[in-house]
Design a binder for this molecule. Structure first.
Ligand SMILES: Nc1ncnc2c1ncn2[C@@H]1O[C@H](COP(=O)(O)OP(=O)(O)OP(=O)(O)O)[C@@H](O)[C@H]1O
Ligand SMILES: O=C(O)[C@H](O)COP(=O)(O)O
Length: 407
C-alpha cells in the first residue's frame, strides 16, 4: 500500500524553519533513558533536514503528564541523548510553556543546520490533547514547514500531531511525513494489504475489548489468526469451556462466538490454546516466584487461573509460524513479566526469530519482549508504535497521516 502523502524527500529545508513532531516518549528510570529505540528511529529524518541546511525544531510529548508540568517528565534527557547521537548540539528550550518567548528567541538565534528541542508538548495540558487551536497556531508560528515523524503518536489527534498543520497550510507552508512514518506504514500496510501468503497474525495481551476491531479486520486479511494471552480465555469460555478464575470479558463472549463463526465462514484458521499454564492466583508482585501446572484448555479447574499458553500450544503456534511467509504479532502470550509465565511468549518470539518470513512486531509489550530476549535484530520490522500500530491494523485512518498534504 503506497502512502500517497508528501514526504521529507519532497521538500528542501535549506534556510527554512522546520517543525518536526517526533515520538520521544521513551521509558525513563531515575532520569535515565532505558530504551533509546524511538530516538534512534527519528535520526534519519532529522539528519536529512540538517543536511538540507534547515533549522530543525523538534517537538514531542513524554509520558501522560497527569499532574501538570514537572521535571520528571521534562524532555531534557532526550535533548542530551539526541545531541550525543547526532554529534552536535541540541539546544533545549526548557520553558514549560513549550512555545512563547523562550522558544521564539531560541528559534530566532538558529543558524542553518541547527537543532532545537522544545519542551514536552503535554505540558500544555488539554491545549495539546484536545487539539487546541491557540497552541496549534503558536507551534505553527515557530516554523515554515511541518514534518510529522511521530508514528507512535500518529493515532492521537493532538495539537502537535494534527492541529498544527492547518496553520502551516494557512501560511503557505507544507505538511509532510518523515522517513519513520513512511517505513512504518510501508511495513504494516504491505503486511496487511498485500501480504506474501500464508499470512499469520498473532494477537495476545490482556483484553479482548481493546482488540475487537483488530481481530475482526485481521480475520479478513490473514490466513491464520492465532490468539494467546489473557484474551484467549474469553474465546475458550465462548466455546463452552470452564476457564476458572482466568481473565474473562463476559460482555464479549457473543463477540468471540461471532469471530469463530466468521473465521469458519471465511475459511480462515482461528487457533486457540489447546493447553494452558495455570496457577492459584495472579503473581504479586508480578515477577514473584509462582507454582504452576499445565492442563488442557478444557480442563481448567474452577479455582485456577490461566496465565500462559501451555507447551503443546507453543508448539502448535510455532508450527503455524514455520509455514508462514508473513507474520504480524501484537501482544504477549502470557504474563511474560514473570519468568515462569514467559515461556509461551519466548517460544513464539523464537519461532519468529527463526523463520525466513517477513516478521512484524506491533510495538508495545511485544516489542519490549522481543528486544529483552535479544531477538530484536532477527525481526523484519519492530514498530515504534503500540497503540498506533494497533489502530493501523484495525484499518483506521491515523490522524497524523491524514493531516499530511496529499502528493
Ligand atoms: N493470561 C493472562 N492473564 C492476565 N494477564 C495477562 C495474561 N496474558 C498476558 N497478560 C498481560 O497482558 C499484558 C499486556 O496486555 P495488553 O493488552 O496491554 O497488551 P498490549 O500492551 O496491547 O500489547 P502490545 O503492547 O504488544 O500492543 C501484559 O502485562 C501481560 O502480563
Ligand atoms: O507510547 C506510545 O504509545 C505513544 O507515545 C503514545 O503515547 P500515549 O498513549 O500516551 O498517547
Amino acid at each position: 500500500m503506497g502512502l500517497n502523502k508528501k514526504s521529507v524527500d519532497d521538500i528542501n529545508a535549506k534556510g527554512k524553519r522546520v517543525l518536526v513532531r517526533c515520538d520521544f516518549n521513551v521509558p525513563l528510570k531515575n532520569g535515565e533513558i532505558t530504551d533509546e529505540t524511538r530516538i534512534v528511529a527519528a535520526l534519519p529524518t532529522i539528519q536529512k533536514l540538517i543536511n538540507d541546511g534547515g533549522k530543525v525544531i523538534l517537538c514531542s510529548h513524554l509520558g501522560k503528564v497527569k499532574n501538570g508540568p514537572n521535571e520528571g517528565e521534562s524532555l531534557a534527557p532526550v535533548a542530551k541523548r539526541l545531541s550525543e547521537k547526532l554529534g552536535k548540539e541540541v539546544v533545549f528550550v526548557s520553558d514549560y510553556n513549550v512555545t512563547g518567548e523562550a522558544a521564539t528567541k531560541a528559534v530566532e538565534a538558529m543558524k542553518d543546520g541547527d537543532v532545537v528541542l522544545l519542551q514536552n508538548t503535554r505540558f500544555r495540558g488539554k491545549e495539546e490533547t484536545k487539539n487546541g487551536e491557540e497552541f496549534s497556531k503558536e507551534l505553527a508560528d515557530l516554523a515554515d514547514l511541518y514534518v510529522c515523524d511521530a508514528f507512535g503518536s500518529s493515532h492521537r489527534a493532538h495539537a502537535s500531531v494534527a492541529g498544527v498543520t492547518k496553520f502551516i497550510t494557512a501560511k503557505g507552508g507544507e505538511n509532510v511525513v518523515g522517513y519513520l512514518m513512511q517505513k512504518e506504514i510501508n511495513f504494516l500496510g504491505n503486511a496487511v494489504e498485500n501480504p506474501v501468503r500464508p499470512f499469520v497474525a498473532i494477537l495476545g495481551g490482556a483484553k479482548v475489548a481493546d482488540k475487537l476491531n483488530v481481530i475482526s479486520n485481521l480475520l479478513e486479511k490473514c490466513d491464520t489468526l492465532i490468539i494467546g494471552g489473557g484474551m484467549a480465555y474469553t474465546f475458550l469460555k465462548a466455546k463452552g469451556y470452564e476457564v476458572g478464575t482466568s481473565l474473562v470479558d463476559d460482555e464479549k463472549i457473543d463477540y468471540c462466538k461471532e469471530m469463530m463463526e466468521k473465521a469458519e465462514k471465511l475459511g480462515k484458521k482461528l487457533l486457540l490454546p489447546v493447553d494452558t499454564t495455570i496457577a492459584k492466583e495472579f503473581p504479586n508482585p508480578i515477577d514473584a516466584e509462582i507454582e504452576v501446572s499445565v492442563v488442557d484448555s478444557n480442563a481448567i479447574p474452577a479455582d485456577m487461573m490461566g496465565l500462559d499458553i501451555g507447551p503443546k500450544t507453543a508448539e502448535l503456534y510455532a508450527d503455524a509460524v514455520k509455514s508462514a511467509k508473513t507474520v504480524v504479532w501484537n501482544g504477549p502470550m502470557g504474563v511474560f513479566e514473570n519468568p515462569t509465565l514467559a515461556k509461551g511468549t519466548i517460544a513464539v518470539a523464537k519461532s519468529l526469530a527463526e523463520t525466513d518470513a517477513t516478521t512484524i512486531i506491533g510495538g508495545g509489550d511485544s516489542a519490549a519482549a522481543v528486544n529483552q530476549l535479544g531477538f530484536g535484530d532477527k525481526m523484519s520490522h519492530i514498530s515504534t508504535g503500540g497503540g498506533a500500530s494497533l489502530e493501523f491494523l484495525e484499518g483506521k485512518e491515523l490522524p497524523g497521516v491524514a493531516a499530511a498534504d496529499d502528493k
